[in-house]
Design a protein around this ligand. Sequence first.
Ligand SMILES: O=C(O)CCC(=O)C(=O)O
Ligand SMILES: [Fe+2]
Length: 343
Amino acid sequence: MGAKSVQELSISDQDLPQNYIYKGSDFGLLDASLPFMEVPIIDFGLLTSPSSSIEELEKLRSALSSWGFFQAVNHGMEITYLDKVREVTEQFFALPQETKQKYHREDDSTEGYGNDMIITENQTLDWSDRLFLTVNPQERRQLRFWPEYPETFREILNEYTMKLQVMTEVLLKAMAGSLNLEENSFLDMFGEQLQALIIARFNFYPPCPRPDTVLGCKPHADGTALTILLQDKEVEGLQVQKDNQWYRVPVIPEALVINLGDQGEIMSNGIFKSPVHRVVTNKERERISLAVFFIPNSDKEIEPVNGLIDETRPRLYKKVKDYVSIYFQYYQRGRRPIEAAII
Ligand SMILES: O=C(O)CCC(=O)C(=O)O
Ligand SMILES: [Fe+2]
């Protein structure tokens, strides 16, 4: 049944297993003296067409082409609702270990509860336990991995991801609008009516005895088109890289953190960035987050939108299909999967 959960490791007096020690050369700067990112805050209410504000679209374009990250406010979900989503996440991870094991993922599969998937020898493991659930398309749901406790878990996950789906449609249209493209240019790449693969990844980061050498999540860029992240309400940990410098992503309890993934960068012909980010650990407090991944259907070919290719901006990426399948292999070897798509 595989290794101990990170949660169990965090409370055992056993020495820290060596494979959690991060060996990359880019560790170093884990202290709080790192600068905060100058986080672009986008008012979602102003993005909704047909009256979307030119100014807000310009802010969106600028955020996605510099950071690849922004914080979304006025997205239609009250903070009390976001707190409910956080609460069921905390409640799940607080269940007794035997109960959580009921939802344990198989060693060779991502779906379910468990810690970092082991793909290569010598791989550094992330200091986190996760619950990974496919939400959409509905027929791909594997309900045996969906917690039955807390009782509202399934209902909230279903409802929350439906709300995010609506946001994603608005966002994809606004992204196109911000580049003067036809409104459905990005949306169409997902397939009919956003028939996206939607995956929810609940992350749990227990306190870590060695935050100076252990990461909650290794540096990576997401393989998605878009990711919508609900951060812990109080505990910071997410950092983003820009021009070889790491920045802290501030906690804004009522906001959703949105970032572009590799497939979003490919569609935009490199105008929008898929940012490298990581999660650091701390000694005192646990941290939770919920990342929801929006991924074009695996039978859809993804390529730069036509209107974004011209003499001054040649096509930068090849057509890719089922990008996710190569993604994990590259990631666990510490390479950027998007390299596979560069012309
Ligand atoms: O926990 C976080 O803040 C980020 C998690 C993340 O990057 C991911 O799940 O891909
Ligand atoms: Fe990520």
